[in-house]
Design a protein around this ligand. Structure first.
Ligand code: DC
Length: 210
């Protein structure tokens, strides 16, 4: 079973993906971390972020087993990741690795921007998780404040919009719902409600495949 979850930054797809993987005993891959790990490796090595050959070579070396969410969640790494994610050589390398991951038994949940459209177009379950830019910025703001940090809502809101433009506007694999994806708008929905909706879609797909 392959479950493809796509959507813009901070829409809640990561939380939903982890919850689904846990409930069904499936493997989970946050594909954003693969772009982040590539960007971090380039930054650490003092290599440029605008050379496609170098970035593509680095993407081939990313180890999916060693992705550390805490280290990779830094804002600067997200910005750098979004820049190298426009490069076809980087995407080809990471998509190959993601497709291999998707074959894991008994099932895999992959979340990102192009899972249902490019990485696993034949996935039996495709969810497109979204929420308004205001709600997504507010969630990110609350996350930072609850963790004891200081945050500026206006700056976060601008950042969310800028990231959307970059992710949706690129020519290679732009963020968009697959034609057969189920749209889940979480603007006014709790994570529990989103999970219950996802669960009924997954259970229906499992009984079709049985
Ligand atoms: O979801 P995230 O913030 O960790 O993603 C970081 C960047 O990686 C994001 O700007 C877009 C890119 N990305 C992508 O292009 N394709 C994916 N499947 C996942 C992430």
């Amino acid at each position: 079973m392959i479950i493809a979850i796509d959507g813009p930054a901070a829409a809640g797809k990561g939380t939903l993906a982890r919850r689904i993987a846990e409930a069904y005993g499936y493997h989970h891959l946050d594909t954003g971390l693969t772009y982040r790990a590539t960007a971090k490796a380039l930054l650490d090595a003092g290599l440029p972020l605008d050379d496609e050959t170098i970035a593509g070579g680095m993407a081939r070396k990313v180890d999916l087993a060693g992705l550390d969410r805490t280290v990779l969640s830094l804002h600067e790494i997200g910005e750098a990741a979004s820049k190298i994610a426009v490069m076809p050589a980087v995407r080809r390398a990471l998509v190959d690795a993601q497709r291999r991951f998707a074959q894991k038994k008994p099932g895999a949940v992959l979340d990102g921007r192009d899972i249902g459209t490019v990485v696993c177009p034949d996935a039996p379950v495709k969810l497109y998780v979204t929420a308004s830019a205001e709600v997504r910025a507010k969630r990110r703001y609350e996350e930072i404040v609850e963790a004891g940090g200081r945050a500026d809502y206006g700056a976060i809101f601008e950042d969310v919009k800028r990231r959307d433009e970059r992710d949706m506007g690129r020519t290679d694999s732009p963020l968009k719902p697959a034609e057969d994806a189920y749209l889940l708008d979480t603007s006014e929905m709790s994570i529990e409600a989103a999970f219950q909706t996802a669960k009924s879609i997954i259970d229906a797909a499992l009984s079709r495949n049985a």
